[in-house]
Design a protein around this ligand. Structure first.
Ligand code: 3HC
Ligand code: NAI
Length: 694
């Protein structure tokens, strides 16, 4: 089979229609850039061509530069060079934007003389999400077209705008259903006249003061973000320098940021999230089952949020409770959440009504009879869950997926309580379920391939990032978290204070450390669980809970919240309590350097991640990263725990873990077999994933 040319050109009625066809998203690979250059030169040289339309096949116009080429030797022509060729043509070029025009894709369109967009098209410069800035003239052309302040906003936020917004701000000239026809008509109109290129002067930039004000606000909202800083600096050059020099400023920032390890980490995040969508070992051609209606059992903290996810995605859902009273409480909480969004201006009143209209409250499990997917979110009790799944086997319609939102319970055991274990799997949402992006899809022993495919597809429809996990205690995320929690307590006993431990993690990039988080969630929650299980693993947290210090809700926990109820201050009473517990245990406290605290918290998690990978609970190291990035606030510019481990160096982690294990006598801290092997071979988690993908 001959491969389709990524760029073709056809001349008809004096117009050359140049088409990009580089599935899946028409990224600007070397072959596409080469094809565009040749097509532009041919059209320029052909006397029969009066005007040019630049169009694309498929759903997307152009998704930008080919991200997989970053970090590899450059292949000419470069993107800036390709765009410059189009911009300098003496025949009009009109971009026919049929779908997303992102990053380099929008920059190509900006190099055209005019732009027509489909009503559904999205236009944006998402480079900051990859740790870079627009590097093919976007920072110079967009401000000169729509104004410096609005252009900086688009770049700094990285979020695309709609065709309608783009028309309003002058980024596109026309919005039309048939973009190619409209672009042809516009191109012919422009032929022969003066070409309306993006001005190279300051005509459209707007007032400098307005730009500086907008830039200051944006930089304040994005502290220590080198990409956003570079965007502001490059846009500022529009005022201070001629166009060509502005391009040079942009290029310098672009190459510096592209070669920064933070950008490599963010690229890893991009690809890891997409790879996580691929389920290994699924028979070819496995399709998803249709899901037109869902049911959620239990309208508590999680159930209400999960029902909102379905309603937000336009899927009707029945929310099921044991009593009218519980049901009303649950529905009121959902309504209240939507009302808050309306108040904040993020949801329109009619959208709220529509979403509430999709949620039907019912008492009794029988109401799950017409659902294609049932998510159980009742109390975390094995007996109760088994009873419910046992009943569901009769109630749920044949082929319905039966999912549990359990955090820790054995999904195989739950599945065994039904006569249809092939339909059973875990759908582990994170709290608050309507906000958090992560969804762990737990594949049990008997889960049917198409049931798994359905849960993954539904996860994406709910705007989640779904990741497959095998069955184990705590699945991927909570199993690793338990290692960090244990070390955090241990560090307190050895000499650190809550603020030292939390600072190590917030300095690393987490929004919150484990103790501030504990205070927020309520120290009593895990205390009650430990008491029920007779666990003595957290003496400090237990002592605080016994003293009635439950966290923010009692104004005292690991920190003192008496100032305003929300801001925690270090508390000398807590320090004294910790010192007393250390003394009772015969531990001589010592100052622990921040670097050691960080390693003590992160390396045991990485070690557990290696075990999870070694056992096949996670299919890829990148899946583990995706879990931590989307469910636990791991800082994205370090790429996630396993990518970070590679950057630290696996031999160093092995050596430190051995020291920690020897010092504490905790065998859990002994390096995992997979970690040892990779370190010994001089390999990495990234290399392991690459080998598996190949
Ligand atoms: N380069 C390379 N591959 C890309 C890509 C890109 N720019 N964009 C998407 N892909 C790949 C994905 O990895 C995925 O591959 P897979 O099927 O092998 O996993 C495939 O295309 C489909 O992607 P999605 O699953 O994301 O498809 P969706 O339909 O959900 O979304 C999209 C489409 C909105 C275009 C989304 O892919 C997207 O946001 N892409 C990235 C956009 C971006 O960041 N562009 C800026 C690039 S940097 C740049 O242009 C620099 C310039 O200024 C010089
Ligand atoms: P919750 O206690 O807030 O809500 C449970 C609800 O289930 C209650 O409203 C209860 O009335 C209802 N319920 C009990 N038996 C029922 C039955 N037979 N039929 C219908 N409804 C019934 O509990 P929460 O926090 O929402 O947890 C639910 C599940 O989600 C648990 O398995 C938990 O482990 C899991 N989970 C909890 C998270 C959290 O942060 N709270 C995070 C992720 C998972």
């Amino acid at each position: 089979m001959t491969q389709q040319e990524p760029v073709t050109s056809r001349v008809e009625d004096g117009i050359a229609v140049i088409r990009i066809a580089n599935p899946p998203v028409n990224a600007l690979s070397a072959a596409v850039r080469g094809g565009l250059k040749r097509a532009a030169e041919a059209a320029a040289a052909d006397p029969a061509v009066r005007a040019i339309v630049l169009a694309a096949e498929g759903k997307t116009f152009i998704a930008g530069a080919d991200i997989s080429e970053f970090g590899k030797p450059p292949v000419p022509p470069s993107l800036p060079e390709t765009i410059a060729i189009f911009e300098s043509l003496s025949k009009p070029v009109v971009a026919a934007i049929n779908g997303a025009a992102l990053g380099g894709g929008l920059e190509v369109a900006l190099g055209c003389h005019a732009r027509v967009a489909a009503p559904s098209a999205k236009l944006g410069l998402p480079e900051v999400t990859l740790g870079i800035l627009p590097g093919a003239g976007g920072t110079q052309r967009l401000p000169r077209l729509i104004g410096a302040a609005p252009a900086l906003k688009i770049m700094a936020e990285g979020k695309p705008i709609s065709a309608k917004e783009a028309q309003a701000n002058g980024l596109v000239d026309e919005v039309a259903e048939d973009v190619v026809a409209a672009a042809r008509a516009l191109a012919l109109k422009l032929a022969g006249g003066t070409l309306p290129a993006v001005p190279k002067d300051r005509t459209n930039l707007g007032a400098r003061e307005a730009f500086e004000e907008a830039a200051a606000a944006i930089l304040k909202r994005n502290p220590n973000n080198p990409s956003v800083e570079a965007c502001a600096d490059a846009v500022r050059a529009c005022f201070d320098k001629p166009f060509e020099e502005g391009l040079a400023v942009e290029r310098a920032h672009f190459t510096r940021l592209r070669d920064d390890p933070r950008s490599a980490a963010l690229r890893h995040v991009f690809f890891a999230e997409r790879a996580a969508a691929r389920i290994p070992g699924l028979p070819k051609g496995t399709g998803a089952r249709p899901v037109a209606k869902a049911a959620v059992i239990g309208a508590g903290t999680m159930g209400g949020g999960i029902a909102m996810c379905f309603a937000n995605a336009g899927i009707p859902v029945t929310l099921i409770e044991t009593t009218e009273e519980n049901l009303q409480r649950g529905l009121e909480r959902v309504e209240g959440n939507y009302a808050t969004s309306v108040k904040r201006g993020s949801l329109a009143e009619d959208a709220k009504a529509k979403r509430m209209g999709l949620i039907e409250g019912k008492v009794g499990l029988e109401a799950a009879a017409d659902a294609d997917l049932v998510v159980e979110a009742v109390f975390e009790e094995m007996g109760l869950k088994k009873e419910i799944f046992g009943k569901l086997q009769e109630i749920a319609k044949p082929g319905a997926i039966l999912a549990t939102n359990t955090s820790y319970l054995d999904v195989d055991e739950i599945a065994a309580s039904t006569s249809r274990p092939a339909d059973v799997l875990g759908m582990h949402f994170f709290s608050p379920a309507n906000v958090m992006k992560l969804l762990e899809v737990v594949r049990a022993k008997e889960t049917a391939p198409d049931a798994l495919a359905t849960a993954m597809e539904i996860g994406r429809k709910l705007a989640k990032v779904p990741v497959v996990s095998g069955v184990c205690y705590g699945f991927i995320g909570n199993r690793m978290l338990a290692r960090r929690t244990a070390q955090a307590e241990r560090l307190l006993l050895e000499g650190a204070l809550p603020q030292d431990v939390d600072k190590a993690l917030t300095d690393f990039g987490f929004r919150m450390g484990p103790f501030a988080m504990s205070d927020l969630a309520g120290i009593d929650v895990s205390w009650r669980i430990r008491k029920a299980m007779n666990l003595k693993t957290a003496p400090v947290a237990d002592a605080l809970a016994e003293a009635g210090r439950f966290g923010q809700k009692t104004k005292r926990g690991f920190y003192d919240y008496s100032a305003d109820g929300r801001t925690g201050a270090p508390d000398p009473e807590v320090a004294a309590l910790i010192e007393r517990i250390s003394a009772e245990r015969g531990i001589t406290r010592r100052p622990i350097p921040q670097e050691e605290i960080l390693q003590r918290l992160l390396f045991p998690m990485i070690n557990e991640g290696a075990r999870i990978l070694g056992e096949g609970i996670a299919a890829r190291a990148g899946d583990i990263d995706t879990v931590w990035l989307n469910g636990y606030g791991w800082p994205s510019w370090t790429g996630g725990p396993m990518f970070y481990a590679d950057s630290v160096g696996l031999p160093k982690i092995v050596a430190r873990l051995r020291e920690f294990a020897a010092a504490s006598g905790d065998t859990n801290l002994e390096p995992a077999a997979l970690l040892l092997r990779l370190a010994h071979e001089g390999s990495s988690f990234t290399a392991l994933d690459e080998k598996a993908a190949a």
